[in-house]
Design a protein around this ligand. Structure first.
Ligand SMILES: [Zn+2]
Length: 414
């Protein structure tokens, strides 16, 4: 498809805004870290997945819908799931499946397009892949078996560990006591395989490395994968499953909330690049938080509002509009009043779209479509693209009528 404006993304890894050039424009790969399904998702998740939905829509518009593979995983084996399931007196996988169904309903309500692939850690092929990846890290000296049976990543062996988040190893002091408790060589090391003997939840969902293909002495303790290794393996596997190319090692884009820069994405990079010697992703995109009165919304702080709670009071279009009014790298402060203020423009837009009716596709030179694309191609300037959409709501020229559904679809309103 004709592209008048190159897409510019600000890459977290470099801190620079630069033209986006896919490794293969016919096979664009886009990976976004998904949820750990143990309770209903909150507005912070809504923001991330609405932002990355617009990235996906933009990539599809520019490269063609068949050319883009969007991967969003589920971390469906996790201590949080096991603990919550025990409280509920149910099987962990029953809880995970129920939360995933609710998450899909939330995502559909918010008009996010389904990803191409949604890999799950519990898939036996993923578990085998995790064990194989850990085994290779052990063989290459990037990992070691701790006295408690855990397998840890030796952070000092990967010289640029933490670079994504602008951290240097010698500045990282947090977790020093943890290292002593868990038999780590260094407080910077992180777990690849958690032996269940030391887990609060003991033998629930314990997997045998031997049964999953491990052959190295010491890598035998029943346990579970660490969180970070899951994404390294799922992204490597989906590079192949997504048809992104035999031997492909690099996603074009890897995204997530800014809290994932460290440790999660920093660990993913260390795990993946230790084996491939290639960048895990060309471009790293991170969205800022939802805040409440200036404080980050999070489950641990208890100041969260679930997507379901918000949708019980507000139209999904208003929620989406409110989320996209702010640039993805700036925080959005949540208040009832802020979402309520988006109801009226959202209703006007829906009414205009209904009155506009079906239109012949706008031609590529349509100035309104071009203006919206120019905004989105400038590191996803959704507020400027929304301003163009809002302008179209007030116009009745043939050009505007033709552009309205196209611009609305780019932003996920049609
Ligand atoms: Zn991840």
């Amino acid at each position: 498809m004709e592209q008048q404006h190159p897409i510019l993304f600000k890459n977290t890894l470099t801190g620079q805004k630069a033209p986006f050039v896919p490794l293969n424009p016919a096979k664009v790969g886009f990976y976004v870290c998904g949820i750990t399904p143990y309770s209903d998702s909150h507005l912070g998740h809504a923001r991330a997945y609405v932002v990355f939905d617009v990235v996906y829509r933009l990539l599809r518009h520019v490269y063609g819908s068949e050319a883009v593979t969007y991967v969003r995983n589920f971390t469906d084996i996790a201590d949080e799931i096991i603990a919550r399931a025990a409280e509920n007196n149910e099987a962990p996988m029953d809880l995970a499946n129920r939360v995933i169904a609710g998450f899909h309903a939330d995502m559909q309500a918010l008009s996010t397009l389904p990803p191409t692939l949604e890999p799950r850690v519990s898939d036996p092929a993923v578990l085998r892949g995790i064990v194989a990846h850990i085994q290779k890290l052990l063989e290459l000296g990037y990992a070691y078996v701790a006295p408690n049976g855990d397998v840890n990543y030796r952070a000092a062996k990967f010289p640029t560990y933490g670079q994504l988040a602008g951290r240097k190893l010698d500045e990282q002091r947090a977790g020093a006591r943890v290292a002593v408790d868990e038999g780590k060589e260094s407080p910077h090391d992180f777990v690849l395989w958690k032996a269940n003997a030391n887990s609060a939840t003991k033998m629930v969902q314990a997997f045998s490395p031997l049964e999953l293909g491990a052959t190295l002495p010491g890598f035998t303790a029943l346990g579970r994968p660490g969180w970070h290794i899951e994404c390294s393996v799922m992204s490597a596997q989906t590079l192949l499953a997504g048809g992104l190319g035999q031997g492909a090692t690099t996603f074009d884009i890897h995204g997530g909330g800014e809290d994932l820069q460290f440790p999660h994405h920093s660990c993913e990079i260390a795990q993946t690049e230790a084996l491939t010697g290639q960048p895990m992703a060309q471009v790293w995109l991170h969205n800022a938080f939802i805040t409440v009165g200036g404080t980050k919304m999070s489950k641990s702080l208890g100041n969260f509002t679930t997507i379901k709670d918000v949708l019980a009071k507000h139209s999904p279009q208003a929620v989406r509009l409110w989320l996209l009014q702010t640039h993805y790298r700036k925080p959005v402060d949540y208040s009832e009043a802020a979402v309520t203020a988006a109801e009226k423009p959202a209703r006007r837009l829906q009414a205009k779209l209904a009155a506009n009716g079906p239109q012949a596709a706008a031609d590529a030179a349509n100035p309104h479509v071009q203006a919206a694309l120019k905004a989105l191609c400038d590191d996803l300037n959704t507020s400027m693209a929304l301003a163009e959409l809002n302008k179209l709501v007030g116009l009745d020229t043939p050009e505007a009528k033709a552009a309205l559904p196209v611009v609305a679809a780019l932003l996920g309103f049609a």
